[in-house]
Design a protein around this ligand. Structure first.
Ligand SMILES: *Cc1c(COP(=O)(O)O)cnc(C)c1O
Length: 428
């Protein structure tokens, strides 16, 4: 056990009360200068990490190009059914939109035989503001590494063993998941549930949802129901309205949550009609998954505005992904940009050991380093919780830099965000 020095006498600001006003101001100015210096590195790079809101013209050009390939117009673009029906699923289509080398084309075709892929025309338009191997590209376009990275399992979270009723995953005392569909607007290359992404898109049949509702009805300790998939917002408006009404009729269900990446991959799904339905069933919390600032575009901002106006509370669950966002500056920019569109950063997940996605995994050290560079350096609102999912379905576990360095029955010793060591009484 290391011995930590006790803070010197007079260290505490509280004991500096009898200094002159000028001296107080001088110390304050000196401290302010020190604080300015401490984010100099971020200020130097932050404008070099654009969001989609900074690239409106390039995005517009890409959209026009994709629309002309499909011989469609703006009306089709804003229709989410059109987006779904025109998802890019072949090398031929993709190579019309972005330049692909012959090797890339062969890789994509090879990976496609083993793992399904699909990109919404909207998300494909973001490829135009990225580069091969960049953060958008890695999430959307199949990589040879999916076939070559060894190990990992199909179901590291053992979801198949925490399934007490049809479509239900239960890992916690008072809340559970209903898995309503295997469908998504885009099949993310880092998907942790790729075992569920078959060749066939299917929503759960009504009987399965009714059985899941029966389970919730007969377990009164369940107060929080998370509707997810796949992408829960790929259900029809009518089906969502029905499911939310059924949940509202269960007295012990206090809150409903929806898990969706459609806000990011196909913001056209957030129609006024959908928002009118969501507004009827408060309280609703939606968690989505932004992983990079480029994903924050004007269309996304408009979708978030609509949801917030419908009374929905928005949160973000990023995944820490090598090559996408394993960089403290990128993560800081992402979380700050999310707050501007009223999405509260909630979790950063450490990537799981899922077969075909292991090339995305970072060290846990990298995650801790990112948390270290967020806390204190930026708004507490921009600091999510870093989570490792314990294997075997044992649950989400927060992982933090080590702030509490010692504790006994007399005192605690902790270190601040700037790594200053402080001793503090542990009163009984
Ligand atoms: C993630 C998850 C939840 C929600 O967890 P919170 O920490 O409350 O956001 C609930 N049930 C299951 C099975 C989950 O995987």
């Amino acid at each position: 056990m290391a011995i930590f020095p006790m803070p010197p006498a007079g260290f505490d600001i509280a004991e500096k009360q009898n200094v002159s006003a000028e001296e107080k101001r001088r110390i304050s100015l000196q401290r302010a200068q020190e604080l300015k210096e401490s984010i100099r590195d971020y200020l130097q790079v932050k404008d070099k990490i654009p969001t989609g809101l900074d690239l409106v013209e390039q995005l517009e050009t890409a959209r026009q190009k994709i629309l002309s390939i499909f011989k469609a117009g703006k009306e089709q673009w804003t229709d989410w059914h059109w987006q779904m029906a025109h998802r890019i699923t072949t090398v031929e289509q993709l190579s019309q939109i972005v330049d692909l080398t012959p090797e890339e084309q062969q890789s994509i075709a090879r990976v496609g035989k083993r793992f399904r892929w699909a990109i919404s025309p909207y998300y494909a338009s973001l490829l135009a503001v990225d580069r091969p191997g960049g953060p958008i590209w890695l999430q959307a376009v199949p990589q040879e590494a999916e076939l070559t990275d060894n190990g990992g399992s199909d179901d590291p979270m053992a979801e198949a063993f925490t399934n007490p009723a049809p479509a239900i995953t239960r890992r916690y005392p008072d809340r559970l998941i209903i898995n309503v569909t295997n469908q998504c607007a885009m099949y993310c290359r880092h998907c942790q549930r790729r075992r569920n992404i078959g060749e066939i898109d299917r929503h759960q049949p009504r009987e399965v949802l009714m059985a899941a509702l029966d389970y919730i009805r007969s377990n009164p300790e369940i107060r929080d129901v998370l509707i997810t998939g796949g992408d829960a917002l790929l259900l029809s408006d009518r089906c969502l309205d029905w499911l939310l009404s059924e949940l509202d009729a269960i007295p012990h269900v206090e809150i409903k949550r929806i898990g969706t990446r459609a806000i990011v991959t196909m913001p056209q799904r957030i129609t006024p009609a959908l928002c009118a339905i969501l507004e009827k069933h408060p309280p609703i919390y939606i968690n989505t998954q932004f992983n990079h600032p480029l994903e924050i575009t004007p269309e996304v901002k408009e979708a978030c505005d609509r949801l917030v106006k419908a009374g929905v509370v928005l949160g973000n669950q990023a995944v820490l992904l090598k090559g996408v966002n394993n960089n403290p500056h990128v993560m800081k920019k992402l979380n700050q940009a999310l707050l501007r569109i009223r999405v509260r950063p909630y979790y950063i997940f450490h990537a799981k050991e899922v077969r075909g996605t292991r090339h995305f995994i970072t060290s846990v050290d990298e995650g801790i380093e990112i948390m270290e560079k967020l806390r204190g350096y930026t708004s507490g609102l921009a600091v999510p919780t870093y989570i490792i999912n314990a294997p075997g379905g044992l649950g989400k576990t927060p992982v933090l830099p080590r702030y509490l360095v010692f504790r006994d029955d007399k005192h605690v010793i902790f270190r601040t965000w700037e790594k200053k060591i402080i001793s503090y009484p542990n009163h009984r």
